[in-house]
Design a protein around this ligand. Structure first.
Ligand SMILES: C[S@@+](CC[C@H](N)C(=O)[O-])C[C@H]1O[C@@H](n2cnc3c(N)ncnc32)[C@H](O)[C@@H]1O
Length: 854
């Protein structure tokens, strides 16, 4: 049993938690105790709701009194009374004289412009900010606000529904209990909607309404308290952020649904649905008259929210059936000066979706859709520039508008700026020039997360082509939230076969349906679009585009990773601490510019491997090329017990077939004194040339090509994948023989013999089948490939792990396919990878020679 003192303290604490100071609580608590005859339970119930309500009520009354006083002191002091009188003379009913009603229906006042009508559908357009109220206002106020505002904009077609305002009353009060003075005034329809207190009643209730206190209507309500007004309409705005500006009446528009069928047995406040609050544009002094706000409820003929496969509950809530009497989900639309539309949709569970569409570029033939990434970057840049000191004019609306502007600006600029070759390489151009975004999406093998959502991709005045998405959370990195360095278990990498099959099946179902329905862009869709635009998903410095103008084949599902990830058993230690003094340099800036080659040049025979242009030096390159072309004539190591052979068969271990003693490039690393721009750091900076994954026309499947001319010795990309032990790889390949098609793992076998008997966990290889970068698309070319792989030490001097980097063997022209010689022996039937029938077309093709020999 708590003492009174404790109870008082608890009450203070509870109020403090919602931002009410003790001095405000004290007097109200006193009067409540008096009113409830010291029945503390009534006060403590529902997390002190009665107390909170009473405090707000008091505040509200004070504010309104002050305002009334002010109004009376300044302009027309008698007008309110006159209006009151006129209203009664008109024979209109007020809740004030229907005190005993269980349900009181308050008629709306019809403005002169629209004497008899309201919009036909549930679509209510709001224009202007006058009369806005804060959300905590009881619905009676809100409904009226909406009605009044809607009439300014919407030349309504529907009679005003008397149902628009319903107040449930409790108890036997002679006054409509709980209707505050301001509300009464508002109900009479003669006053501007009174200003409301910031984030008041319902907002705070949101805080205090815990699931443990669900039965609000059972609570006895003190007569004097205003919170007994229970509204039919939704009062809670999950996810809506309120600004302090909302204190003032003109600071925002409040959107509430209308035309709901109302019955006495309808759920009360507990059934609240969210509404949308559109914050003002402070740049125009809080005047929202340049915006249209549309509220659409569930029964609209054009539902903006469709069922989401991944959130059926939410979708159900948002898109209720037309017969459903409750109004659980809302969509609000803002049109900014005929240039942009923002749809804000919310569901009772608190999910809020924002859909922005802009027509600034409408009718401009020079508009090309810029990539989303570029737009976002531009928005960030501009906002940072403009708002870095948090300019008072900052607002989300401005942000959205800036986004529209960026689309327009970049969309029109990109046309002029892109060179001809790049035009073909621009992701959206690629996607959209293919007559539809569908092809590109199909090629990408996208799996959207929602079943019925569609996405507008517009370009060159073409009809927007919504894509009917299919669902699978794990395809092509759609659900790749994390890319752990150490891969989780699983025999076949991170994507199960079932997932792959699902994905393939679903992506095959992609089809285009032209629809006029408004579209809601979900984060998943934005992300998917981003994937289509850039298969590297922004993880490389350049955008990796995708093109298939050959067939309908989809990109195999895989997760894009820009750097190697380590699978279960691979044992790689990066120990910079263990690096000997000779392994790192003390150059002050750029090693290449130092007069005497530093320690890092030691590896390449006292010379740096790179030119100052970042190209592999010709001499070094030639050695690497010839090593790869003719490995048998190179110096090779032979292991005592080859881990490669051991992984094939533990019992009878075949003799080692030899490992090439490769030439290495050693780049400067973190421990070096030079800076990031040092010329001896090339591979570690990542891909820098524009590349494209494309469907080869000659039966090799997907391939990689360059979109720009490349000089000889240029770094193209690294072979990135999962680092596995050979045993793991062997096991993996045996388990999934059908998947060999998509990838060709490589051995990291540079230094195996040096350690005598190599342990399994040190004998490593790279597999890009499930996790990889662009290199997984590089096809094989016998002998005269235009890429050569060179091992590069970047993090560790332990040569059983290194990075494998591809450099051009010669000058490569834009649009040429990039190839490397897998070193494949087409006669080796013991190789875990089944050899493919080579289509390289080289006159040195080893596969052809083998065929011709037979
Ligand atoms: C590393 S992947 C290259 C990307 C692959 N083309 C794709 O569509 O995903 C290796 C696979 O590509 C195919 N491939 C690569 N080079 C080829 C060639 N010269 N001729 C025929 N198929 C080739 C083989 O199926 C091989 O297993």
């Amino acid at each position: 049993m708590s003492t009174n003192k404790t109870r008082v303290a608890n009450a203070f604490r509870a109020m403090k938690a919602i931002g009410i100071s003790e001095d405000k609580v004290k007097p109200v608590l006193k009067s409540l105790l008096k009113l409830y005859d010291k029945e503390w339970d009534l006060i403590e119930e529902e997390n002190y709701r009665a107390l909170a309500d009473a405090i707000f009520e008091k505040e509200e009354t004070e504010v309104e009194d002050a305002m009334q006083e002010e109004a009376q002191a300044t302009e027309e002091p008698v007008r309110p009374l006159k209006r009151l009188r006129r209203k009664y003379q008109d024979g209109q009913t007020s809740s004030l004289n229907r005190s005993n009603a269980v349900v009181t229906r308050l008629p709306l006042v019809k403005p002169k412009e629209e004497p008899d009508e309201l919009p036909e559908t549930h679509l209510v357009k709001l224009n202007g900010s006058k009369g806005n109220v804060d959300s905590p206002e009881p619905t009676a106020v809100k409904s009226q606000a909406v009605a009044r505002q809607s009439l300014c904009k919407n030349k309504g077609k529907q009679p005003i529904s008397p149902k628009a305002l319903v107040i449930h009353e409790r108890g036997d009060h002679s006054q409509p209990s709980g209707i505050s003075r301001s509300q009464q005034n508002t109900q009479l329809g003669t006053e501007p909607i009174s200003p409301s207190y910031p984030m008041r009643l319902r907002d705070r209730r949101k805080v205090s309404d815990s699931p443990q206190n669900p039965s609000r209507e059972k609570r006895p309500v003190p007569e004097s308290s205003s919170h007994v007004v229970i509204c039919k309409e939704p009062n809670v705005e999950p996810g809506i952020v309120k600004s302090p500006n909302q204190k003032t009446a003109a600071s925002h528009a409040l959107i509430t649904p209308k035309d709901e069928p109302v019955t006495d047995d309808m759920p009360l406040v507990e059934e609240v649905a969210p509404i949308a609050v559109i914050l003002p544009d402070p740049s125009n002094g809080g005047d929202s008259s340049n915006r249209d706000v549309t509220v659409r409820n569930d029964n609209d003929p054009e539902p903006s929210i469709q069922q989401s496969a991944s959130h059926p509950k939410i979708a159900d809530d948002v898109a209720t059936s037309p017969n459903e009497p409750t109004n659980n989900g809302k969509v609000a639309m803002i049109s900014g000066e005929c240039s942009s539309n923002i749809e804000i949709a919310s569901s009772p569970s608190g999910e809020v979706k924002i859909h922005l569409s802009c027509d600034l570029a409408l009718g401009r033939p020079d508009f090309h859709m810029p990539s989303l990434e570029v737009v976002l970057e531009s928005v960030d840049r501009n906002c940072l520039k403009q708002y870095k000191n948090l300019d008072p004019s900052f607002s989300a609306i401005n942000l959205m508008k800036e986004m529209c502007q960026s689309f327009l600006r970049l969309g029109t600029e990109s046309n002029r700026e892109l060179p001809e070759t790049m035009d073909a390489a621009t992701p959206t151009t690629d996607l959209l020039n293919k007559s539809s975004a569908e092809d590109a999406l199909r090629a990408r093998g996208q799996c959207f997360n929602s079943l019925n959502e569609s996405l507008d991709i517009q370009s060159n005045g073409k009809v927007p082509l919504p894509i009917e998405p299919v669902s699978s959370p794990h395809c092509n990195g759609i659900d790749d939230g994390s890319q752990p360095n150490k891969m989780a278990g699983g025999d076949e990498g991170g994507i199960s076969r079932q997932e792959q099959e699902n994905c393939a099946e679903q992506t095959n179902n992609l089809s285009l349906v032209v629809t006029k329905k408004p579209l809601v862009v979900t984060p998943e869709m934005i992300r998917s679009l981003h994937d289509v635009v850039d298969i590297a998903k922004g993880q490389e410095k350049v955008i990796i585009t995708l093109m298939n103008d050959v067939n309908d084949e989809l990109l195999p599902p895989f997760y894009y990773i820009p750097q190697n990830a380590f699978f279960q058993n691979a044992n790689v230690n990066f120990s910079l601490a263990r690096l000997g003094k000779k392994s790192w340099c003390t150059c002050p800036e750029d090693c290449l510019s130092s007069a005497i080659p530093c320690a890092c040049a030691h590896e390449a025979g006292g010379k740096y491997a790179y030119t100052s242009d970042g190209l592999v030096k010709e001499e070094f390159l030639k050695v690497c090329i010839s090593m790869n072309r003719d490995p048998k004539n190179q110096f090779q190591f032979f292991c005592k017990e080859c881990p490669l052979e051991r992984s094939k068969c533990e019992d009878i271990i075949e003799p080692c077939k030899g490992h090439l003693m490769r030439k290495f490039i050693k780049e400067c690393w973190w421990k070096c004194g030079c800076n990031k721009l040092c010329g001896n750091r090339v591979v570690q900076r990542g891909i820098s040339h524009n590349l494209q994954v494309f469907m080869t026309p000659d039966g090799k499947g997907w391939g990689l090509r360059t979109l720009e001319d490349l000089p000889e010795g240029a770094f193209v990309c690294e072979y990135v994948g999962e680092v596995l032990t050979n045993a793991e790889l062997f096991d993996r390949v045996l388990r999934s023989p059908k998947r060999n098609k998509y990838s060709y793992p490589v051995l990291l076998d540079a230094d195996w013999s040096a350690k005598g008997v190599m342990k399994d966990e040190d004998a490593l290889c790279l597999d890009a089948t499930y996790y990889g970068n662009v290199s997984r698309f590089i096809n094989h070319q016998c002998y005269d490939a235009n890429l050569v792989e060179i091992p590069v030490e970047v993090e560790t001097p332990d040569r059983h792990y290194y990075r494998l980097a591809f450099f051009t063997t010669r000058e490569v022209k834009a649009m040429e396919e990039l190839t490397w010689d897998y070193g494949i022996d087409f006669d080796d039937h013991e190789h875990p990878m089944k050899p493919f029938s080579c289509q390289c077309g080289s006159k040195f093709c080893r596969n052809i020679r083998r065929h011709s020999k037979c």
